[in-house]
Ligand binder design. Structure first.
Ligand code: SME
Length: 156
């Protein structure tokens, strides 16, 4: 497929609906995981302009930083620590409207105000997480959860 992303400026749902087939096109025929994670992070960042979009991958009982778009970030997160480690431990999506109110939140940047973390699952096991940070409070809702889950299922 063409490498240019077509950016939809409509409602959030329309933005996801325009993005998902393009992500499918980017992933199609490419078996390399890192290449695919990199393109998904780039596509989400380009469409939505969020502060930070990236992946952490489970390696030796820690989450280790993977492909991302945005400022430099912490490289290792233990299970149960921060939003990412909690999402891993619970194997569920976490929406944090105000990161300062999340006990144990790991502040990679003081500019991050709200966050959503979606686990990457295979056969009931978490093998990584998608982490998205916004510079705006209360950025993420059930619509983001629904579509980001659909997007990570394309990778898993
Ligand atoms: N805030 C995350 C850490 C990762 S950075 O936001 C990129 C957390 O609490 O797990």
């Amino acid at each position: 497929m063409a490498e240019d992303l077509s950016i939809n400026k409509g409602e959030k749902t329309e933005q996801y609906q325009s993005l998902i087939p393009q992500i499918k096109g980017l992933l199609e025929g490419e078996p390399d995981l890192i290449a695919n994670l990199a393109n998904v992070a780039a596509a989400l960042k380009e469409q939505f302009g969020w502060f930070w979009v990236g992946f952490y991958l489970v390696k030796h009982e820690q989450l280790v930083l993977g492909p991302f778009q945005g400022p430099v970030a912490c490289t290792r997160i233990n299970k149960g620590r921060g939003v990412c480690g909690s999402s891993w431990a619970k194997a569920e999506t976490l929406i944090v409207p105000d990161v300062e109110k999340f006990p144990g939140h790991i502040a990679c940047s003081s500019l991050s105000k709200s966050e959503i973390v979606v686990p990457l699952m295979k056969e009931g096991m978490v093998w990584g997480v998608l982490d998205v940070d916004s510079g705006v409070l209360d950025q993420f809702d059930e619509i983001d959860k629904q579509y980001l889950k659909a997007i990570v299922e394309l990778i898993s």
